[in-house]
Write a protein that binds this ligand. Structure first.
Ligand code: V0D
Length: 251
C-alpha cells in the first residue's frame, strides 16, 4: 500500500502531505550507541561520537515535520556509573557537536535548551552548553532540548522542594495545587507534554525519563541502534503516531 503521508525517498516534496494530528513535541531515548561500536569491534565511545551525527539528522527531520520541541535523553543521572574514560568522553561531546554542527543548527533556525542538573556538570561542558544556548537563543524554529544529567524522579523531588518552599513563603496555596501547577515546577515548564516518545536500541522501558510528562504520550520502539537511526524511521514513527487515536483517559 502506498501511504500518502510520505514517499520512500524523503524529500521536501513528500512533506506537503503531512497534515493533521501532528506531534508538537517528540522525546527520544537515543539508545544503542555503545552496542553499535562493540558490534564493529570498536570502543564504546566511537558509538557515542557516531551518535552526534544522528542527532543533527533527526533535528533537521523534525524541522521538516514542523515539530516544535524535540527532547533528547543525552546523559542520565545514572550514566555517572559508567567507566570514567567513557564518562569523560561523553562530557566532551557537546563541544564536538557544536564545533561540527552549530552553523547547520543556525541555518535551520534551531534553538538549543537543556533540562536537568546541568550545574553539576564539569565547567568545560557547562561552558559549551552556555555558548550553544547563547548563540541560538534568538532562533524561533525548533526547540532542541538536551536532557543532561537528567533523572525523572530527581526532577519531581526538585519540584516538590521548590513547591514546599513556595508554600512556606505563601507564594502557593494548597487549594490551587493541581497538575498544571506541578508542571510549572518541572524543568519542562512552559513546554507542551511530549506527544510521542521514541526509543531506539531495542529496550522497552522508560529508564527514569520524563516520568510526569509522559503520562498520556504515545510510545514507539525500534530495534535500530541510534547511530543507524535515520530520517526514514523517524518519519515512520511520526506517520504511525498520526494514525493513532489519542484518548487522554477518556473514551
Ligand atoms: C551521547 C548520542 C549532543 C547519545 C548522541 C553530555 C549519547 C551523542 C550533545 C549536546 C551526547 C549536548 C548539549 C549541547 C549540544 C550538544 C550531547 C551528551 C551526549 C552528554 F548544547 N550529543 N550528545 N551531550 N551524545
Amino acid at each position: 500500500m502506498n501511504i500518502p503521508f510520505f514517499t520512500n525517498k524523503p524529500s521536501e516534496e513528500s512533506f506537503r502531505y503531512l497534515e493533521g494530528n501532528k506531534p508538537n513535541h517528540i522525546a527520544i531515548i537515543m539508545d544503542g550507541n555503545g552496542r553499535w561500536a562493540q558490534k564493529r569491534g570498536k570502543a564504546r565511545v566511537t558509538g557515542h561520537k557516531e551518535g552526534i551525527s544522528t542527532v543533527v539528522k533527526i533535528a533537521k527531520a523534525a524541522v521538516k515535520c514542523k515539530v516544535k520541541v524535540l527532547t533528547l535523553y543525552t546523559f542520565s543521572t545514572e550514566n555517572w556509573k559508567r567507566p570514567k574514560t567513557e564518562v569523560d568522553t561523553i562530557l566532551r561531546l557537546p563541544k564536538e557537536f557544536l564545533h561540527l554542527y552549530l552553523p547547520d543548527l543556525m541555518a535551520h533556525n534551531i534553538r538549543i535548551e537543556t533540562i536537568g542538573e546541568t550545574e553539576h556538570l564539569p565547567a568545560h561542558t557547562r561552558e559549551a552548553i552556555r555558548y550553544a544556548m547563547e548563540r541560538t537563543r534568538d532562533n524561533d524554529g525548533l526547540q532542541l532540548n538536551f536532557a543532561l544529567n537528567y533523572g525523572g524522579r530527581h526532577e519531581i523531588i526538585n519540584a516538590m522542594k521548590k513547591m514546599l518552599a513556595d508554600l512556606n513563603g505563601a507564594n502557593l496555596s494548597l487549594d490551587e495545587l493541581d497538575d498544571q501547577q506541578v508542571s510549572e515546577y518541572l524543568y519542562t515548564a512552559g513546554m507542551p507534554d511530549p506527544d510521542l516518545l521514541i526509543r531506539t536500541g531495542g529496550e522497552k522501558r522508560l529508564s527514569n525519563f520524563l516520568l510526569w510528562q509522559l503520562a498520556y504520550t504515545e510510545f514507539w520502539f525500534t530495534d535500530v541502534l541510534w547511530p543507524d537511526f535515520s530520517e526514514k524511521e523517524f518519519l515512520q514513527a511520526v506517520e504511525e503516531y498520526q494514525q493513532r487515536k489519542r484518548r487522554f483517559g477518556g473514551l
